[in-house]
Design a protein around this ligand. Structure first.
Ligand code: PEP
Ligand code: MG
Length: 755
């Protein structure tokens, strides 16, 4: 329904004049409330601003008692104003005093007023305050009046965000905008980063809010939307969306919204109220975000996120900005904040200036996490709403050890972290000193420590870390960061570089482990109910022999005249190993037939990561040259606990009697057959777990570069025989060991073993 409102455009034009006047912030706010009251034909107009202590303080009023300014306050959730701030939604009431939430503040003199309209002052979905108009009569405000008030609130939001109100903040108080915030996420990659926020998808700052000519703005909007639709259509039709790091379903969602009349109508309405096209998109986006931040349904959240992304694209289109990070403005201590990002996008930033990565999504096994870990960049995931709450350039601290993120930290937190960084640096220096020391326990047991790797950026670590080789080279990472299937020649040259960097140390290449959560954007993904147990790894390799063959050929070529170790992932039956071995034999025969040089020595092995192999150990160890336990997957299947699901991933401890017995059975059978066995899952890189592995018979562990130092320090302090003598009988006994982790940490403490 439309009112007889003189026209919000007139109001916005007048507001623009007020914004340009050389007056102080209080005078400006005072003028704004007078203007709004006159325009909406209200007797009262008040502005409440949200403080860091969660209190809404009256900052200006026309109509209420002026002495109440900076004195009257309500907590978020308290009274009608507090309710609006809490819900980030307008309230339109003909009889405000009858509302159950109404809170009477005698100093304001508001008892005379009955009708009430309040809207949140929003910026990027975040509530900064509340704008209210009131009338004596019992009236319901018209929809266009609500809309006009929201539009005006946006101008005030920009004023708050620009920091103009700092000059009139009352002593002892702070604005919410600069409030320090602590987020608890999930630690993804170890390390501590102090620096400044760089939004991966930078918010384009819309400075020109108020339009000169609304019909010209409507035309600009239409042109930009058309361009946006065309670019999405092109991208979908060309099929090269993978190059842009996007998935088809996301693009389809974008396309759906780009044609959504409801969304476009809302933007047009905001333009009709006097905003520029870009400000109108931002306003609608901000309302959407405010809703999104309260949305708990993951599917809806996802779709609303898509809409949010689309709005960004549209604003960029309107302002003629390009998609993607602005490299030249990257600070020296950049902390990338993103909803999510692809592995390749992180690599694009370059390593030098990045201190940490913070993601709203992201899981411990997501690709970007694997890359962050490989690069040694601290990283925290599942940090709710950080993209909306952080501003570019905000100070931020990321703790990849405990998963905490401090946004705009107070000075004492910053000092404590600076100390933590110094402490970690000292510890790293100690580990570096261990680099050339042997990895031998106090009682003379040698534990070979190898590296897990998969990217070219990992390679310098092979020689720098003092590792004795690469125990697991995840070949799929090359495929995951590429934009199309790497050709045989590309694979070959990649493997050559790996072998060169290893400088004669052994490298165990694992054949492609794709499927499950490791998706290749250019390979059509198949929807599976249980992808981790689906068509992945060796199953995929044997069913698509062309792909496996190409990879084997590339490996054999690359290792000509050198030693080569190949290992197959996710083997569940020994016959799968035999089938894979056949592929290798055929390729080898092919090379010989064509007089190509072949590897000097070739060893073939499997990963033990499916529990069925536990009951085929005799056949297995007779068949293979070596094996490596993939404890990440083995544990996930052993305990039926999805390793990527943060709700359950930490529910069970791999240091349990059952799993330790399983791991011990593997090492004992391997020894009986003289087959070398190592372990390359995450537990290999944790000192306490690695200590238990030594005690149950493992003599080779493979881990990320940053774990080598701590594990070696542990080994050098450990008496393996002594721990075995204590642990093994307890593992054998029925109910002999209730709490293995507790037992192991007491042992370490009693024997001065650093964990
Ligand atoms: C494992 O499963 O333990 C393993 C090392 O392989 P990935 O983590 O790549 O599945
Ligand atoms: Mg695995």
């Amino acid at each position: 329904m439309r009112s007889t409102l003189a026209g919000p455009r007139v109001l916005l034009r007048r507001l623009r004049e007020v914004m340009a006047e050389p007056i102080n912030a209080q005078e400006r706010l005072d003028k704004i409330v007078v203007l709004i009251a006159a325009n909406v034909v209200a007797e009262v107009c008040s502005v409440y601003i949200l403080r860091a202590d969660g209190v809404l303080e009256l900052y200006a009023t026309e109509g209420l008692n002026r002495d109440a300014v900076h004195k009257t306050s309500l907590k978020v959730g308290e009274g009608l104003v507090g309710l609006i701030a809490a819900d980030a939604r307008p309230l339109n009431l003909p009889n405000a005093q009858a509302h159950p939430a109404f809170a009477y503040r005698p100093e304001t003199g508001e008892e005379a007023y009955n009708s009430f309209l309040g809207v949140p002052i929003l910026r990027a979905g975040r509530t900064l305050g509340v704008l209210v108009v009131q009338n004596q009569s019992h009236r319901t405000y018209f929809e266009d009046e609500v809309e006009a008030l929201q539009t005006t609130a946006m101008v005030i939001a920009e004023m708050v965000a620009a920091g103009e109100l700092e000059a009139i903040v009352q002593q002892g108080t702070k604005l919410d905008l600069s409030r320090p915030m602590l987020f608890q996420g999930v630690a993804l990659a170890d390390g501590v980063g102090l620096g400044h926020v760089v939004l991966h998808e930078p918010r384009v700052i819309v400075t020109n809010l108020i339009a000169e000519d609304s019909s010209a703005e409507l035309e600009r909007l239409e042109r930009s939307i058309n361009r946006l639709r065309l670019s999405l259509d092109d991208l979908l039709a060309s099929g090269d969306f993978a190059q842009h790091g996007e998935h088809r379903d996301v693009l389809e969602a974008y396309r759906m919204f780009a044609h959504d009349r409801g969304w476009i109508r809302k933007i047009e309405e905001a333009i009709n109220n006097g905003l520029t096209a870009e400000a109108a998109v931002e306003k609608v986006q901000s309302d959407t975000r405010a809703r999104m931040m309260r949305q708990t349904d993951p599917y809806l959240r996802e779709r609303l996120h898509d809409l949010d992304d689309l709005a960004h694209r549209l604003i960029r289109e309107l302002m003629g900005r390009q998609h993607g990070p602005l490299d030249e403005s990257l600070p020296q201590d950049a902390i990338i904040v993103a909803r999510n990002m692809g592995a390749a996008e992180l690599l694009d930033y370059g390593r030098d200036r990045i201190r940490a990565v913070v993601l709203e999504e992201g899981g411990p096994t997501s690709h970007v996490t694997i890359v962050a870990r490989a690069l040694g960049i601290a990283s925290v995931g599942l940090v709710e709403n950080i993209v909306s709450l952080a501003e570019s350039g905000d100070a931020i601290i990321v703790d990849g050890e405990n998963g905490q993120v401090h946004l705009r930290p107070a000075a004492d937190i910053e000092n404590a972290y600076a100390e933590k960084v110094r402490f970690r640096a000292r510890r790293q220096a100690q580990y570096r000193r261990l680099r050339n020391k042997p990895s031998v326990s106090r009682d003379g047991v040698e534990m070979a420590l190898q590296l897990n790797a998969g990217l070219l950026v990992d390679l310098p670590a092979v020689s720098e870390s003092g590792a004795s080789g690469v125990g697991l080279f995840r070949t799929e990472l090359q495929f995951m960061v590429a934009s199309s299937f790497p050709r045989m020649s590309e694979q070959k040259s990649y493997y050559e570089q790996v072998l060169d960097a290893a400088g004669g140390r052994p490298v165990t290449f694992r054949t492609l482990d794709i499927g499950g959560d490791k998706v290749l954007p250019y390979l059509r993904a198949i929807q599976e109910e249980n992808p981790a147990m689906g068509w992945r790894a060796i199953r995929f390799g044997l069913d698509r022999p062309g792909i496996l063959r190409t990879q084997i050929r590339a490996l054999l070529h690359a290792a000509a005249g050198r030693e080569l170790k190949i290992m197959f992932p996710m083997v569940s039956e020994v016959s799968e190993f035999h089938a894979a071995k056949e592929v290798v034999k055929r390729e080898l025969a092919h090379l010989r037939r064509h007089n190509h040089p072949t590897p000097e020595r070739l060893q073939l092995g499997v990963m033990i990561e499916v529990p069925s192999l536990l009951y085929q150990l005799d056949e297995l160890f007779q068949a293979v040259d070596f094996a490596s336990v993939g404890s990440n997957d083995l544990f996930q299947f052993f305990n039926a606990v999805d390793r990527g699901n943060t709700r359950v991933a930490a529910r069970f401890d791999p240091m349990s009697v059952g799993f330790l017995r399983a791991l011990r059975a593997i090492s004992e059978r391997a020894r009986a057959y003289g087959t070398p066995v190592t372990l390359c899952g995450e537990i290999a890189g944790r000192p306490l777990e690695a200590m238990a592995l030594a005690a149950i018979g493992y003599r080779g562990l493979s881990m990320s570069a940053s774990a080598l130092g701590p594990v070696k320090a542990m080994i050098r302090a450990l008496d393996v025989g002594r721990l075995s003598a204590r642990l093994l009988p307890r593992l054998d006994q029925e109910s002999g060991l209730v709490d293995p982790r507790g037992f192991l940490s007491s042992f370490a403490e009693d024997n001065d073993i650093p964990l």
